[in-house]
Design a protein around this ligand. Structure first.
Ligand code: WTA
Length: 645
């Protein structure tokens, strides 16, 4: 591992908001006097009624999290209206289509009109404050319009990533009881069409309750429209005015729900609220990326994930930035696409995921070095640990050693970045997310919850609240407490393991629960297992992650077949396709091993620790196997593992 430390480049230090001393001072104040600190920084937003209370949070007993609780505001007004006087003609969104010849600039004034129109369409279809609106849209500007339109009328959006299957979509619509779904005829990615409206139709065939489907025309491909339920967005938009007053919302009114995978059961509806979330998203966007007025900023995530929520839409727009929305994929038409887009739009700040970096690294340096990239100043990484090799390539080849890399650690639950370098303040170590953002108090605990001091390794917890923290699981506060605050009473448990070094830098080592991270996407092993056992030929399944060169982790499935079923290669393919259809392409198993038996304790509990080791090809370190009901099962699995690629 590279032990090198990369100091703050002088060119970055000159213009940066904070240097190391300022970081330390601000951090100190933020944790010693959170009310004073956040009371001040909360003013970065426009409040309709200013707050008088700042922090009111409790992790035990009875978890309750409130920030700015007596203030009122509107998110879309903060992201749009307040910029109109000074930045009306400035580009808010640069849309870069899948096709390299398709791009467009949307000014703040145009954004205002589009969002108002969309809000009026929602209203015309009966959407009111507090209603849930499911959004199943590709990466087109309408996705941002739809989000902001929801916030304008006070509706709660729930975005479902457009790569999820009809089943996954149906489950998410049903859980929050949305009566309306916003979608497109088809999506476009890497030159291929994605059947979104057809997926919505399939989802709605399974569940009731949806009264309206609004369809944005993207490709013009043939789709079915259900009379009385489905309407075209462009037809509805033509009927309504381009002005819509923003609804006055309380700081603690729900802003959005975003479903994410956990170690057990179905995906959870993570709920974020209005005031604290926006303060935190906009503040982190400014400081973490050292965003300055005039910068062109590009985050390559999808709005279907939290990164897209906080760092494509809400953070940047709250700051009056120019944010780039990219519809396509990194490798189409070729592996140089990212860098071509950087040059085309003179991108200054570029934020992507390690999995993309690793796959582009594999495609060779020519794709990168052919381009200029002179506009780049800051690079970012998110979603999974970045291995030092990928970090160094990103730094040396993409950033020409000029651009600091902010390796940002956070989660859907945290709303915004919690552990990260600040470009002007933090010397970098490849692979380390470095230090906590203002107001964030990480700690490392052992399995029993004992605080570990100094340089150490253990489980990562956060000891006190920050404004962007999720408030509950939609409809299930008890599960919220159970999931995040019961492992270590009074502490927020992240589910991640980490190391802290002698300089106090944090190194995230990955999930310590039954969640795996595949290409930066969170996947519950339980979800894949339940998809597998839903197949008629499968009697039992256990799923674990294993190291994968490009994806970070791959999906490894141990499958026990029903008596009499033949373990063939054709069946493996059938099962992979099955999971893909049940959940979505991101859940496609990488390896399937047929297992006549699974290692279990005498009480019947599957010993996943052993399965993980076998999947990792670490047969020598299986640990304690004395509690196994049938040790022969393990020998058998090891023999079979060696026959798999
Ligand atoms: C992982 C994505 C290492 C981590 C914003 C976390 C990371 C999970 C990093 C959350 C990073 C995210 N270094 N690991 N910089 N960023 N993770 O909810 O395991 O999709 O718990 O949020 O991704 O994934 P989520």
């Amino acid at each position: 591992m590279s032990g090198e430390v990369f100091p703050v480049p002088a060119s970055v230090a000159e213009a940066a908001y904070v240097d190391d001393a300022a970081y330390r001072a601000m951090y100190q104040r933020s944790v010693e006097d959170p009310d004073g600190f956040w009371g001040e920084h909360g003013k970065r937003l426009d409040w309709i009624k200013p707050y008088t209370k700042v922090k009111d949070t409790r992790y035990a007993p009875d978890v309750s999290i409130k920030w700015f609780e007596d203030g009122t505001l509107n998110v879309s007004a903060n992201c749009i209206d307040r910029h109109l006087a000074t930045r009306g003609d400035k580009t808010a969104i640069i849309f870069e289509g899948d096709d390299p010849n398709d791009s467009r600039h949307i000014t703040y004034r145009e954004l205002h009109a589009e969002v108002c129109r969309f809000a009026n369409v929602l209203k015309a279809h009966g959407v009111k404050k507090g209603d849930r609106v499911t959004i199943y849209l590709p990466m087109i500007p309408e996705a941002a319009y739809a989000m902001l339109a929801c916030t304008r009328v006070g509706a709660i959006h729930s975005i479902v990533f457009a790569g999820f299957s009809p089943d996954s979509l149906a489950g998410r619509i049903e859980d929050c009881a949305s009566k309306i779904v916003l979608t497109a005829d088809e999506g476009l990615r890497g030159g291929r069409k994605v059947a979104l409206k057809a997926n919505v139709d399939a989802a709605l065939a399974k569940i009731g309750g949806v009264e309206t489907v609004v369809v944005v025309k993207r490709t013009g491909g043939a789709i079915a429209m259900t009379e009385g339920r489905d309407v075209w967005y462009h037809e509805e938009a033509a009927k309504v005015p381009a002005d819509c007053p923003p609804e006055e919302m309380n700081a603690e009114d729900p802003l959005f729900i975003l479903y994410t995978s956990g170690s057990t059961g179905k995906p959870k509806g993570v709920l974020h609220t209005t005031g604290g979330y926006l303060v935190y998203a906009s503040m982190t966007h400014q400081y973490v990326f050292d965003y300055h007025d005039g910068d062109v900023y590009w985050c390559t995530a999808d709005v279907g994930w939290v990164t897209g929520h906080s760092y494509i839409v809400y953070g940047p727009l709250a700051n009056g930035a120019t944010t780039l929305m990219f519809e396509g994929v990194p490798t189409w038409p070729d592996a140089g696409r990212f860098w071509q887009v950087v040059d085309k739009h003179k991108v200054n700040i570029f934020y992507t995921a390690p999995t993309a970096i690793r796959s582009l690294m594999g495609a060779g340096n020519d794709h990168v070095t052919k381009t200029s990239r002179a506009s780049l100043r800051i690079l970012g990484s998110v979603g999974e640990p970045i291995n030092p090799e990928a970090w160094l390539w990103y730094h040396n080849v993409v950033g020409q050693q000029r651009c600091p890399i902010v390796d940002t650690w956070w989660q859907t639950e945290t709303g915004g970045i919690l552990i990260t370098p600040l470009p002007g303040a933090t010397a970098l170590k490849p692979g380390s997310a470095t230090r906590p953002f203002f107001g964030v108090q990480p700690a490392v605990v052992d399995a029993e919850g004992k605080f570990l001091e100094g340089a150490t390794e253990g489980n990562l917890v956060i000891t006190d609240s920050w404004p962007g923290q999720m408030r509950t699981i939609y409809g299930d506060h008890e599960r919220f407490e159970q999931t995040y605050f019961s492992t270590y009473k009074g502490l927020y448990f992240t589910g991640d393991g980490c190391r802290r070094d002698e300089d106090g830098y944090y190194w995230i080592t990955g999930r310590v629960d039954d969640v795996i991270n595949v290409s930066g996407h969170r996947m519950g092993t339980a979800e894949v297992e339940s998809a597998l056992v839903a197949h008629p030929k499968v009697s039992e399944a256990a799923v674990v992650g294993y190291p994968h060169d490009i994806k970070g982790q791959g999906i490894y499935c141990y499958v026990t077949l029903m008596a009499g079923e033949e373990p063939t290669e054709a069946l493996k393919k059938e099962l992979k396709d099955w999971v893909r259809r049940e959940i979505g392409p991101i859940a496609t198993p990488d390896l399937i091993q047929f297992a006549p038996g699974l290692p279990k304790t005498r009480s019947g509990k599957i010993m996943r620790r052993i399965l993980r080791k076998i999947a990792e090809n670490e047969f020598g370190s299986l640990g304690d196997t004395s509690t196994l009901a049938d040790p022969a099962v393990v020998t058998d699995l090891i023999d079979n593992r060696q026959n798999l690629k």
